[in-house]
Design a protein around this ligand. Structure first.
Ligand code: SF4
Length: 275
């Protein structure tokens, strides 16, 4: 029996190379299901752009026009596509290292320009593909090959970073909360401007094993037990927000002139000036 989402995948590229129990496939499926539910989005008018890393392999499996770019450069490639072909829907898949380390500047400038992109960050808390180095989103005290006694670098909250930099839609969910994750992505697709969704995914190989977090199922149970829906989070007293608990939901949904529109306006002014 063919499942409704199978048409979105290049069957000849499967099976994927992700480790057994990896959360990347869950986030990838949430993206195609959100696209399938989004009116006006088709495989012919949607482009998937990714950077480098475990998460970014997703673009190779997805049956759209896809671009697997250089490390950290997915947002600028996507910006170019959007400016050249504004009628296309452009979705970026990136990882915590790709987006907030080598691609950090591209990310914040994409946010401030409010480029009409939907960026989904698969946050596995570590550099998986390149050997388990600490990323800017590795939690304090967690181990990585570059932090064998625990990371001392305070991690980015990528959602706060995106909102502060000017993204007009910002949300977080997890690989455990699949319907919620799908909805967060779908809402991001419908925003005209820079949408950012952090999808927390379990990485049992590079992160979980090193930090003794147990099986992939245990890592997902941790998400279940520690993620708090935003409405409930906002009612928690400060002392209950400490430790490993974290909020999920939509943190920001606002409107501002998107980059295509601003660019069209400047082109019109330039054309007027040379008449
Ligand atoms: Fe997934 Fe981690 Fe394996 Fe990469 S290293 S494929 S993120 S489990």
């Amino acid at each position: 029996m063919e499942r409704s989402y199978e048409k979105y995948f290049r069957q000849n590229r499967l099976p994927h190379l992700w480790c057994p129990g990896c959360g990347n496939g869950i986030a990838m499926k949430a993206i195609v299901q959100a696209i399938g539910q989004q009116e006006g989005f088709t495989q012919d008018n949607t482009v998937i752009v990714s950077g480098i890393g475990c998460s970014s392999r997703a673009s190779g499996y997805m049956d759209f026009d896809t671009l697997h770019t250089a490390h950290g450069r997915a947002v600028p490639f996507a910006t170019g596509i959007k400016l050249a072909r504004p009628e296309l829907n452009v979705v970026v898949i990136t990882g915590d290292g790709d987006c907030t380390a080598i691609g950090g500047n591209h990310f914040i400038h994409g946010c401030r320009r409010n480029v009409d992109l939907t960026v989904v960050l698969f946050n596995n808390n570590i550099y998986g593909m390149t050997g388990g180095q600490a990323s800017p989103m590795t939690p304090l005290g967690k181990k990585a090959t570059t932090a064998p006694y625990g990371s001392v670098d305070r991690p980015f909250d990528a959602c706060k970073l995106a909102e502060a930099a000017g993204a007009t839609y910002v949300a977080r969910s997890t690989a455990y909360h699949v319907p919620h994750l799908t909805k967060m992505i779908k809402d991001g697709l419908s925003n005209k401007g820079f949408s950012f969704i952090e999808a927390l995914v379990q990485c049992p190989t590079a992160y979980g094993r090193r930090n003794k977090l147990g099986s992939p199922a245990n890592m997902m149970k941790w998400m279940r037990d520690n993620a708090v829906m935003l409405a409930a989070w906002n009612k928690l007293p400060e002392e209950k927000k400490q430790g490993e608990k974290f909020p999920i939901g939509c943190f920001c949904s606002t409107s501002a002139t998107d980059y295509d529109t601003a660019y069209d306006e400047v082109i019109a002014r330039a054309e007027e000036a040379v008449k």
